[in-house]
Design a protein around this ligand. Structure first.
Ligand SMILES: Cc1cc2nc3c(=O)[nH]c(=O)nc-3n(C[C@H](O)[C@H](O)[C@H](O)COP(=O)(O)OP(=O)(O)OC[C@H]3O[C@@H](n4cnc5c(N)ncnc54)[C@H](O)[C@@H]3O)c2cc1C
Length: 580
């Protein structure tokens, strides 16, 4: 029998989205649970993120009178995710489990005192499909005062939302419209007042993923979850094919921890591992990710070493980016998500041809870039826009109408020309190609219909654009000199493939048998969303949900894996209802 330095009821590897949810579920029945985080900060990429969770039929939709039902959500999910063939992470059972368990998970968190709400409008990314929601199914945490964490405050990883005034993600997204809306001017005033009040009262507001994980951390610490930072897990302890624990490091030496009720891996994906990218997602680069630094994939490889099947490894959650000089090295890289979906802008490949609807999900956008690049150079592609765009919209993290750094022009990042013909010469394109593309796009703008790619025909495209631009929120002519271009690359916010799990979050082998004692959630797993992104929060939502599912399953097991010799039996009847 394995000898352990310590034995716990439940051990969790990584402090990602599902970890604290699982930890709280375990503590709710008095079990001893420890979360091992290899970095010095808690929260993972989830903390860095917007903290948005895509949760169909969530209780806030009912509160706000937004229509949804399990049937409608299932119709939508199936219409976006398509066939279950070739996507072992997205079986019928796992889709059903997600739709059933996600709202239960939210109810559980609310009962634990985690303050959540919904974003009032964030359309599903394919809202035009059957069952799609134009107002959206997103759940977020309320702003959080990090001081409530006491001594744990400095341990919380912060979000990418760093604003001069304390603002939620939803509020931040409204600010670029400041010049054109009185409502947004009032909002800014409110935020300034909030900032002043925070100074007086000593509050330290954090938003987005940091608010979500901050609230989770506070609740988990209060409930008695043990946290160990700087505690990298290097190995699983496996005997007779049963996972019995983990090996981490304590005081510079290996520390073997047994886990009676199983081990949950919530250790993120492999965004920062170029070797794994070259193997599974060639053509993508660690330089273009915004994932937290711990996202290095070793736990996926460790599970593979013990027979775990993997799937969907080539999938990533794309994030179109534009990287001004110096930005590659920085953690907060400017996204170009709204940019080419805003009026007066388009995206073209290096030959000057437009090749996609610039609205839509960032995952679909970056996939289209990589796909195009197989036949025409398209990584980077060029965002092409005119002075109307420049005067009205954000550009690579800078405010509308502001002077751009001279370095951007000097180093060839931002191209500027008096005519489109001159711009295409600067971009090294065949004469006439870009001019024809722009002329065709302008004709679509005049008729308010994009015949090539249907940009603007779903609510989400418009939502990305400009609510004040008439008649289309996303289509606007490119006619006013000077004309500009800058490069856009298919970056990402994380990977989307990993080990295959079942509807109870148990890790499966190639032959679809269970590896006893091993659970996984988050982007360490092949996503329940298959190869698509149905709505904002399709990474964090599943991470939380399957963390909750794993703990619920483990709670019901009547086995002690540390002493077990034979393979574990089937789950109890109570658990067979996970997907029902
Ligand atoms: C800027 C940005 C915004 C985003 N916004 C959203 C959003 O609003 N909604 C959404 O759904 N998605 C969003 N995403 C994507 C999403 O945040 C991630 O895909 C998701 O949070 C991953 O969560 P996880 O639980 O799988 O792992 P993570 O939250 O990444 O946590 C994994 C943890 O495991 C640790 N770890 C790794 N290996 C080991 C080891 N060997 N031993 C111990 N610990 C280990 C890591 O250090 C890390 O802390 C965003 C991403 C970014 C970068």
């Amino acid at each position: 029998m394995a000898d352990f330095d310590e034995v716990m009821d439940f051990v969790i590897v990584g402090s990602g989205g599902g970890s604290m949810c699982a930890g709280l579920a375990m503590r709710s029945i008095g079990k001893e649970v420890a979360i091992h985080e290899k970095t010095n900060l808690i929260g993972g990429t989830t903390s860095r993120s917007g903290g948005v969770m895509w949760i169909p039929t969530n209780p806030f939709m009912a509160r706000d009178g937004v229509e949804d039902s399990p049937e409608q959500a299932a119709t939508y999910l199936d219409s976006v995710l398509g066939s279950t063939d070739g996507v072992p992470g997205s079986t019928k059972e796992r889709r059903r489990a997600y739709l059933t368990q996600a709202p239960r998970m939210i109810e559980f968190l609310l009962a634990q005192g985690i303050k959540l709400t919904r974003v009032k409008e964030w359309p599903d990314y394919y809202d035009e499909r059957p069952g799609g929601s134009k107002l959206g199914r997103t759940v977020v945490a309320e702003l959080f005062d990090a001081n409530e964490l006491g001594a744990w405050r400095e341990k919380l990883r912060l979000s990418f939302i760093v604003a001069p005034v304390p603002a939620t993600l939803e509020e931040m997204m409204e600010l670029p419209m400041l010049k054109r809306s009185w409502a947004v001017k009032f909002l800014l005033l409110k935020l300034i007042l909030r900032g002043v009040l925070a100074r007086i009262t000593g509050k330290r507001w954090v938003a987005g993923g940091a608010a979500l994980q901050g609230r989770m951390l506070k609740a988990a610490v209060a409930a008695g979850v043990t946290f160990r930072t700087d505690s990298p897990v290097s190995e699983l302890i496996v005997e007779d094919g049963i996972v019995k624990g983990i090996v981490t490091v304590k005081e510079g030496r290996p520390w073997r921890i047994g886990s009676r009720m199983g081990v949950l891996i919530n250790a993120g994906g492999f965004s920062h591992n170029q070797r794994m990218r070259d193997r599974y997602a060639p053509g993508t680069s660690v330089k273009w990710t915004m994932a937290a630094p711990g996202d290095t994939g070793e736990m996926i490889e460790e599970m593979m070493r013990h027979g775990a099947a993997i799937a969907q490894m080539e999938e990533r959650v794309g994030c179109q980016m534009t990287l001004p000089p110096g930005a590659e090295a920085s953690e907060a890289k400017p996204t170009a998500q709204a940019m080419t979906a805003s009026p007066h802008a388009i995206l073209v490949d290096q030959s000057g041809v437009r090749y996609m609807n610039e609205g839509g999900s960032y995952m679909a956008y970056c996939k289209a870039m990589l796909e195009r690049n197989k036949t025409v150079a398209a990584c980077p592609s060029w965002a092409v826009f005119d002075q109307q765009y420049m005067s009205n919209y954000m550009l690579a993290g800078t405010l509308p109408g502001t002077t751009k750094p001279q370095r951007w022009y000097d180093e060839g990042y931002l191209k500027k020309a008096d005519t489109i013909e001159e711009l295409e010469r600067l971009l090294g394109m065949q004469p006439g190609v870009l001019a024809a593309t722009v002329q065709r796009f302008n004709a679509f703008v005049s008729q308010n219909r994009d015949e090539d790619f249907h940009r603007g025909e779903r609510a989400y495209d418009g939502w990305l654009g400009d609510a004040f631009h008439k008649p289309s929120m996303t289509l606007g002519s490119i006619v006013e000199a000077p004309f500009y271009a800058l490069p856009v690359v298919p970056g990402d916010v994380g990977t989307y493939g990993g080990v295959v799990t079942d509807e109870f979050a148990r890790v499966l082998r190639e032959d679809r048998t269970v590896i006893p004692g091993l659970y996984a959630t988050g982007v360490s797993t092949a996503s329940v969303m298959g190869r698509a992104y149905p709505g904002a929060g399709s990474s964090v939502g599943p991470s939380f949900t399957f963390g909750y599912v794993a703990a619920s399953h483990a709670k019901e097991q009547r086995v002690d894996f540390t002493t077990r010799h034979a393979p574990a039996t089937v789950p109890s009847a109570a658990l067979e209802t996970a997907g029902s």
